[in-house]
Design a binder for this molecule. Structure first.
Ligand SMILES: N[C@@H](CCC(=O)N[C@@H](CS)C(=O)NCC(=O)O)C(=O)O
Length: 216
């Protein structure tokens, strides 16, 4: 089997720790029992120092032997091909998993990320709040009726949807008990906890290294 390498930043400030999207790929590898290495590009100069690997100057990107791909969603789908733990092999289960994986990115995250960005930059926008609320309400209805998004079991679609929804600001307005229970259930998985702890450990080790460098 070829070697999997997940690329992330060598350091980030405290705020995004535990949320940098390499975590999605770490988590998927943990769920699937795939061996992987983590390598880094420097935080300083990140806008331009790895454009040949990620054309938007972002992370993560994934290497699988000679093959290289960016976009966490693409990385997840690539990993899901390697293990039925992430995506069932029967046509109906696979189609349902693909559908909800794309929904996490293109119906939910496409509004939660701009909404969150406007919140932290303090440019409140009621239209965006209403748009996001309506998407979350529809999802609440779905999650009130079923435990998992696809195939009646945990798949990569749950991994991605829960990762999108676990940003607490996004869930802080409105009352959506099924969504709350869903995020709690999915993020209680040992693979998520390990991936998150590993990412936080990675950035804490970078803090120590930086502190040593400034004290020398
Ligand atoms: N759509 C991309 C988004 C990647 C993304 O937003 N990456 C963030 C870290 S989670 C990043 O690299 N931010 C640094 C920057 O944009 O300068 C994906 O899912 O891979």
């Amino acid at each position: 089997m070829s070697e999997l390498t997940i690329w992330t930043l060598d350091w980030v400030p405290e705020g995004p720790r535990g949320f940098v999207r390499d975590l999605r790929l770490r988590w998927a590898c943990e769920e699937a029992g795939l061996n992987y290495a983590v390598r880094t590009i420097p935080f300083d100069g990140r806008e331009t120092n790895h454009l040949e690997h990620q054309p938007f100057g972002q992370v993560p990107f994934l290497k699988d032997g000679e093959l290289e791909l960016f976009e966490s969603g693409a990385g997840l789908l690539h990993l899901a091909r390697k293990s039925d733990k992430l995506m069932p092999r029967d046509p109906a289960g696979e189609a349902e998993t693909l559908q909800w994986t794309i929904a996490a990115l293109n119906s939910i995250e496409m509004v939660t990320v701009p909404w969150w960005f406007l919140k932290i930059t303090r440019a409140e926008n009621d239209d965006l709040t209403g748009w996001m609320g309506s998407r979350l309400d529809h999802l609440e209805r779905v999650l009130g009726e079923q435990e998992w998004l696809a195939a009646g079991r945990f798949t990569v679609a749950d991994l991605l949807m829960a990762d999108v929804l676990r940003v607490s600001k996004v869930r802080a307005f409105g009352d959506r008990p099924a969504t709350e229970a869903y995020v709690k259930r999915v993020t209680a998985r040992p693979s998520f906890k390990k991936a998150r702890a590993d990412q936080i450990g990675h950035f804490e080790a970078a803090d120590r290294k930086r502190a040593e460098q400034t004290s020398n």
